[in-house]
Design a protein around this ligand. Structure first.
Ligand code: ZN
Length: 146
């Protein structure tokens, strides 16, 4: 999903959280997490090109069109979301609730919007396939590219 859509959706969820809990900290941490999870795309760019992207367009092209490379996307994972909810359940801190909600909403939006298999958001699955991006797309994705 495009970053602007994550900003819009995360802002809406943050407003709902604020209306529900009246916690700016929880709402703000939800908004920030819901948007900044995509920072792992920059990490993948760095490990692929051995440098930081010079601008957003360069990073965006990498995310959109470099479909044969490797991606780890360490923050886009069910494991992370589950771990965040477990940590929140132990500490019961509002900021942790916002982070868990933000990460969950981000992952759900990407699940719906991106052409990846459901299991591709399992970090263990990506590791098993040696992070080869082409393994993660839905069936038939590459037939459209021919
Ligand atoms: Zn994402």
């Amino acid at each position: 999903m495009r970053p602007a859509k994550h900003v819009i959706i995360s802002s809406g969820v943050a407003l709902i959280i604020y209306g529900w809990l009246h916690s700016w900290l929880c709402a703000f941490s939800c908004l920030i997490t819901g948007v900044l999870i995509d920072i792992d795309h920059a990490f993948d760019y760095f490990f692929t090109h051995k440098r930081i992207p010079l601008n957003f367009k360069e990073l965006d092209n990498f995310c959109q069109y470099d479909i044969y490379g490797k991606i780890s996307l360490i923050f886009h994972s069910y494991e992370l979301v589950i771990a965040l909810w477990i940590v929140y359940s132990f500490f019961n801190i509002e900021a942790l609730l916002g982070i868990a909600v933000g990460a969950t909403v981000h992952l759900l939006c990407d699940l719906i919007a991106n052409p990846f298999k459901f299991r591709s958001y399992l970090l263990l699955y990506r590791h098993y396939h040696k992070y080869e991006r082409k393994k993660f797309y839905v069936d038939g994705f590459f037939e459209d590219k021919k």
